[in-house]
Design a protein around this ligand. Structure first.
Ligand SMILES: [Zn+2]
Length: 193
């Protein structure tokens, strides 16, 4: 059962031993496989307030007591969903590059959305999303709110010219400044938001 109550998810999780963390990781990966289109899950989403999360974009990855130890100043806008809020999808602002340390991984793990492969962006965003869960932070707290264009109530949200966005064409993807993406949108590329 995945917890869908926002208040319950706003509790900070506590550190865990590697042994217990591994057991929780197995349960999380199982739960994730049962889900529809899920790519990540944090322990508190299944009622265990311990610092364990899993990500499964390119390969299953269990993170025990994960910490983001480096993050790029550069951020980008991405469309996110969450298994706890299946009816919501929103634009968030995430770091383009992060480095993570976790007790069950010897080396540091690097994630970067600045790649040709859209899965790298998904993985990079997902790791940030799941570690946020462990701190009681949901995607709603990361929502990218841009200045609306002052043209009627239903006007689309405006993205800044220097804001980074993700664009895709077939299986190819790029992260770049919106002003550089604009001409490409007329050339078959789609804004991934
Ligand atoms: Zn989530």
């Amino acid at each position: 059962m995945i917890i869908k109550d926002r208040k319950e998810l706003e509790v900070k999780c506590s550190p865990v031993s590697i042994k217990e963390g591994e057991e929780i990781g197995v349960r999380l990966l199982h739960e994730l496989r049962e889900s529809e289109n899920g790519i990540g899950l944090a322990a508190n989403q299944i009622g265990i307030n311990k610092r364990v999360c899993v990500v499964n974009v390119k390969e299953p990855l269990v993170l025990i007591n994960p910490k983001i130890v480096e993050k790029s100043k550069e951020k980008f806008v991405f469309a996110e969903g969450c298994l706890s809020f299946p009816d919501s999808k929103l634009k968030t602002m995430r770091h383009q590059d992060i480095v993570v340390e976790a007790d069950n991984h010897k080396g540091r793990l690097s994630f970067s959305a600045n790649s040709q492969d859209i899965n790298d962006a998904f993985e990079c965003v997902c790791v940030q999303h799941e570690i946020d869960h462990l701190d009681g932070i949901t995607m709603f707290d990361r929502e990218f709110k841009s200045e609306p264009i002052v043209k009627g109530v239903n006007a689309p949200k405006k993205i800044g010219r220097n804001e980074k966005v993700t664009i895709t064409k077939g299986t190819e993807s790029k992260v770049l400044k919106y002003k550089k993406a604009q001409p490409m949108l007329e050339d078959g590329w789609t804004l991934s938001i």
